[in-house]
Design a protein around this ligand. Structure first.
Ligand code: LMR
Length: 416
């Protein structure tokens, strides 16, 4: 009898932990409380807390529908019109390396996919130390994206707990002390999770420092337009580095600024020193992509290309990006005022000064847990909140609950 039994192959597979960010959405979905609030995942919500499809995207959908396009495979590196327009958006139409035809660009499965192409390529072809320096803290997914392909992860100081601001001196010191030629990941704007960016002057200093150390800058650009509402201002750091001659790698996502989360549209790009080198690099990029997913999906790229390639839709999109950014900024103002009105212990100026999708509240993991358990408010364990999850209907409730959590009053009888 025993010999006839099927082998159980998976007995040794341990239960994995929930994803630190997407797992918060799962917990939120399971909660049946009517007043629940999800401030976990960085996804824009309108003033009624609903996912938002941009008008420009809806119009692009109509245009595409009329065209009755086919569903043929895209080339391994994606749709040509898309990658041209997307890289012009990131680098600027007048970008020298773009004009000289020495930027290797490939469509990617949004920002994560771009980073995976980058780490995959670097692990095989980078001649310098295979060490990726990440800001502390950073987006959680950066770590497995590097370690999964054998790159070593190191940290540089970024967040100063005391000032709830940028630890610029610590950041510079760590970048300076890194072995020459290390790979330095920089958030192009709207740093995730802190919402704190270097100033333009600080970026200039960083460019000098990175150059003097012969480091390789890798920009993660997931929020162009979302930080200030202005896509050009938000591209400052990456464009400045390129102007200064850095051969940057850039990972671009259209999830947030076009609201195309599930379409997974983005690009990987790399400035090289000549068109000939670009071709060699691209030939290897193709070999990274092909066994991962063969070629990218078409629809999101078509939407982006339709909007970026049509002057009216482009203008409309710019105003929609600004509208989203402005709504978030107004929520920051309101939350700050409420926390002060409620006499919440601590200094809350950072809620207003931080930019982009997130605010790093500075509350403890215990307070985060208390908010979930007793107020049905969900956020990542590090106290990051997605400001886009706040609106006129829930901000008072959130501010009161946060204030109680900070005062240690949540979970007690009188709390809610
Ligand atoms: C986030 O940080 O919440 C977003 O970038 C979504 C994600 O994939 O983690």
């Amino acid at each position: 009898m025993e010999g006839n039994q099927f082998t159980n192959f998976w007995q040794g597979v341990p239960q994995g932990p929930p994803d630190p960010i997407l797992g918060v959405t799962d917990a939120f979905k399971k909660d049946t409380a009517p007043n629940k609030v999800n401030l976990g995942v960085g996804a824009y919500r309108d003033e009624n807390g609903k996912p938002y499809v941009l008008e420009s995207v809806l119009k692009a959908e109509d245009i595409l529908h009329q065209k009755r396009l086919d569903k043929e495979y895209l080339p391994i590196t994606g749709a040509n019109d898309f990658i041209t327009l997307a890289s012009e958006l990131a680098y600027g139409k007048d970008s020298k390396p773009l004009k000289e035809g020495r930027v290797a660009v490939a469509q990617s499965i949004s920002g994560t996919g771009a980073l995976r192409i980058a780490t995959g390529f670097l692990s095989q072809y980078y001649n310098g130390p295979k060490v990726l320096y990440l800001p502390d803290p950073t987006w959680g997914n950066h770590v497995p994206l590097a370690e999964g392909v054998g790159l070593k992860v190191q940290r540089y100081r970024y967040f100063d707990k005391k000032t709830v601001g940028l630890d610029f001196a610590g950041m510079k010191e760590d970048i300076k002390n890194a072995e020459d030629g290390s790979i330095i990941l920089l958030h192009a704007c709207a740093q995730n999770p802190t919402g704190i960016d270097p100033t333009q002057e600080q970026w200039k200093e960083l460019s000098e420092l990175v150059k003097s150390k012969k480091h390789l800058p890798l920009f993660d650009m997931a929020y162009q337009g979302f930080a200030s509402g202005d896509i050009i201002k938000d591209a400052f750091a990456a464009r400045y580095f390129v102007e200064q001659g850095h051969q940057i790698i850039l990972c671009q996502s259209f999830a947030k600024n076009l609201g195309l989360y599930a379409e997974r549209a983005g690009t990987f790009s790399m400035v090289t020193s000549s068109p000939e080198e670009k071709e060699r690099v691209l030939s290897q990029i193709k070999r990274v992509i092909r066994p991962l997913y063969s070629s990218p999906p078409v629809h999101g790229a078509q939407l982006v290309a339709t909007i970026l390639g049509n002057p009216d839709l482009y203008e409309q999109w710019l105003s929609e990006v600004k509208k989203m950014a402005d709504r978030i900024i107004s929520m920051r103002e309101k939350l700050y005022n409420l926390l002060i009105e409620l006499k919440t212990p601590g200094e809350w100026g950072h809620i207003k000064s931080q930019i982009g999708m997130f605010s790093f509240t500075g509350i403890s993991p215990e307070q985060v847990q208390a908010l979930a358990d007793h107020a049905h408010i969900y956020m990542t364990k590090d106290g990051r909140i997605s400001m886009a999850g706040l609106n006129e209907h829930n901000i008072q409730y959130f501010a009161e609950s946060l204030s109680k959590a900070v005062k240690g009053e949540l979970g007690t009888k009188s709390s809610l």
